[in-house]
Design a protein around this ligand. Structure first.
Ligand SMILES: Nc1ncnc2c1ncn2[C@@H]1O[C@H](COP(=O)(O)OP(=O)(O)OP(=O)(O)O)[C@@H](O)[C@H]1O
Ligand SMILES: [Mg+2]
Length: 232
């Protein structure tokens, strides 16, 4: 489902070129839950952004369902991003002028016909924010904003969810709850889930653990081969 070939990303910083990703090759089958780990600055968010087509690589390609996203026209890419990928940003990226509910409804409004109000409300309920529907992002704590961002990533039921430390700002109870929610979708809807996490216990529950160091994959372990097999 997600294929990455020879992916490199470097950024010009004045006279210097900083190599952020130095050649990543990776295949993530449909329905897999892959955890991406690695020290701060190792390139995790950069990789996730490239998988979503939010950023373009310096070299190499990202292939989603057999289609190289670098070859897509901007409007086609926007459609792939909008309909097939749910993205939970490390920094949430909620729209400040929209309420929690409106933020969650937005991807649906931009990408699909009809109204997602009921579904958006139910998702916010699921992440424990049923009583915060009409709050604006500034009126919400960091962890609450993180949960709104999570609900938003699911409103279109995308086949791929990319989540950048979705439990990073949550206490252990809410973190556990969010993880259960993500894993339930992954199991029941066959969602492919790629999650950046610093939490070893969370990574332990993934099908696969991928370790980045200085922009390269230094370890890639399959943890529950049986479960992954049955999903294929
Ligand atoms: N636009 C940019 N210009 C220059 N350097 C950048 C840019 N974006 C990222 N970097 C550098 O690339 C490296 C990887 O960044 P990235 O955000 O992918 O790390 P990360 O693994 O997600 O870290 P964290 O765990 O702290 O979120 C960092 O050293 C960062 O400073
Ligand atoms: Mg990051």
């Amino acid at each position: 489902m997600i294929e990455v070939r020879g992916l490199k990303k470097s950024i010009r910083n004045g006279a210097r070129t900083v190599e952020i990703l130095r050649g990543i090759d990776l295949t993530i089958p449909k329905g897999q839950f892959a955890a991406i780990m690695g020290a701060s600055g190792s390139g995790k968010s950069t990789l996730l952004g490239l998988l979503a087509g939010l950023d373009s690589p310096s070299e190499g390609e990202v292939i989603l369902d057999g289609v190289s996203i670098g070859s897509l026209e901007e409007d086609k890419l926007a459609e792939v991003r909008g309909r097939r990928i749910g993205f939970v940003f490390q920094s949430y990226q909620l729209i400040p002028t929209l309420t929690a509910l409106e933020n969650v409804m937005l991807p649906h409004e931009l990408n699909a016909p009809g109204n997602a109000r009921g579904r958006a409300e139910a998702l916010l309920e699921t992440v424990g924010l049923g009583d915060r529907l009409h709050h604006y992002p500034v009126q919400l704590s960091g962890g609450e904003q993180q949960r709104v961002a999570l609900a938003r990533a699911f409103v279109l039921e995308p086949p791929i969810v990319l989540a950048d430390e979705p439990t990073g700002n949550l206490d252990s109870k809410n973190g556990q709850h969010v993880l259960e929610l993500l894993m339930e979708r992954q199991r029941e809807s066959g969602t492919t889930l790629v999650m950046v996490t610093h939490d070893a216990q969370i990574a332990e529950r993934a099908d696969r653990k991928i370790h980045l160091r200085d922009g390269t994959i230094v370890a890639d372990e399959l943890q529950t081969a049986v479960r992954t097999e049955t999903l294929r």
